[in-house]
Design a protein around this ligand. Structure first.
Ligand SMILES: [Zn+2]
Length: 418
């Protein structure tokens, strides 16, 4: 099974929204959009909610069977490395190899020499020039790149070969992610990194670079949109160039780890992927749980009580809940309502404050970010939370489906008329 041109990572903290999520992919077809669903859940989420990858596999298998989904779908082991790949082995068929921690580790002089030799034919070509400023290949530049990234490429190879050994080469999709690096990669670095993956014969299908700007959890992109557009376009160009030069799969495409809901860059990416006639993998995992809270709030009575209790608990345990996510949160505490205020709210008011509708004056991104990391409290409620989800499945399912279809897929994948 292959990824289609467009694919999207969806996540589900509690594993009950598989069908609602898949409904969005089914409805997308009526807009001419074929998008491959990829269920992903990180090691961190599994440990907080106390779930395991087998449950994600079951959720995906059950949803696709129940709704007669006849195309490809995948279960992603998100951000794995040598130390935790085994945990995901039996459940996953998409592996996001995270090599951010290996950047700047030294490699052997011999490996660097081999890499420079591998690039020799490229260095001799005049035609390698790509229309990008500062894209100048020479031995010095390659040497500097190798010092910084070659060990990371080697780490990718080791995980990849381990997976090939355990699963068979054609039975999984490989993504390599650099998005958690401390700084963005230049187009030249992305190109050379892909060269290194090509040299090592890694069948990489999606590559996730780090971009400028803040990709905080569950809220919009914060940064320079013009700079992002330049970086994204340059990324698409060097991916195409690398595919042509280094024998990588022609299906190789950009993956964007969005941290969910980066709406202001969606139209930029959409226009560029159509301009360059290329694909995109969008990871936007975590907000399904917020749609559950919105649905519970709208359901009223016990559902609304649960939503309010989770907010109160999240305020009280703010430091603890935020600590695993410090680099990807930016909560202005002075903009948070008090728990007593929220207790007075209607379900509609709670939903409007939480729902990511930037045109709505009640929307509060600080409230949203805090609740985004508050899922541990829902997990602690156990059966009470899960049975409320089951009881209000209809209204929650509607929120989940509409969110994926209307706010994500249509904005990022659907070609703009004219
Ligand atoms: Zn990531």
């Amino acid at each position: 099974m292959e990824l289609s041109r467009f694919s999207m990572g969806v996540g589900d903290r509690f594993g009950l929204q598989g069908k609602a999520q898949l409904q969005a992919f089914i409805k997308a077809r009526s807009y001419g959009l074929e998008v491959t669903p990829v269920w992903n859940k990180s090691f961190r989420e599994h440990s907080i909610v106390k779930t395991n990858p087998i449950q994600v596999r079951e959720e995906a298998d059950n949803a696709t069977t129940a709704l007669n989904w006849d195309s490809a779908y995948f279960v992603d082991a998100d951000h794995i490395n040598n130390s935790n790949v085994d945990y995901f082995l039996s459940a996953s068929d998409f592996f996001t190899i995270d090599i951010a921690d290996t950047i700047n580790k030294s490699s052997l002089g011999e490996e660097i020499d081999d890499f420079i030799a591998f690039l020799d034919p490229v260095l001799r070509q005049d035609s390698i020039s790509v229309d990008l400023p500062d894209f100048k290949l020479n031995r010095n530049v390659i040497g500097e790149f190798a010092e910084k990234y070659l060990a990371a490429a080697e780490e990718s190879r080791q995980v990849y070969l381990y997976l090939v050994d355990k699963l068979g080469g054609n039975n999984f999709i490989t993504e390599v992610s650099l998005d958690e690096a401390s700084e963005p990669q230049t187009p030249l670095e992305i190109f050379l990194f892909l060269a290194a993956l090509g040299q090592k014969k890694i069948d990489v299908r999606t590559i996730a670079p780090r971009f400028s700007g803040a990709f905080n959890k569950g809220i919009d992109y914060e940064g320079d949109l013009t700079l992002f557009a330049k970086e994204f376009e340059a990324g698409l160009k060097v991916i195409q160039l690398a595919v042509n030069q280094f024998g990588l799969s022609s299906a190789l495409k950009m993956s964007i780890h969005s941290g969910s809901d980066k709406f202001s860059i969606y139209s930029i990416m959409r226009d560029l992927i159509y301009q360059y006639n290329t694909g995109l993998h969008l990871k936007t995992a975590g907000t399904t749980w917020l749609e559950e809270l919105i649905g519970l709030a709208l359901a009223g009575s016990e559902g609304l009580e649960i939503a309010k209790e989770i907010f109160r608990g999240s305020l009280e345990r703010r430091a603890e809940l935020c600590s695993p996510y410090l680099t990807v949160l930016n909560i202005d505490n002075s903009n948070l309502p008090s728990a007593d205020q929220v207790d007075q709210w209607s379900g509609e008011r709670f939903a409007e404050t939480l729902r990511h509708d930037q045109d709505c004056s009640s929307y509060n991104s600080d409230f949203r970010q805090l609740l985004h990391v508050g899922y541990k409290l829902a997990a602690e409620m156990g059966d009470r939370y899960l049975s409320a989800l089951n009881q209000h499945a209809l209204i929650i399912g509607e929120q989940v489906e509409q969110n994926i279809l209307e706010r994500h897929m249509k904005r990022v994948f659907l070609k703009k008329d004219g």
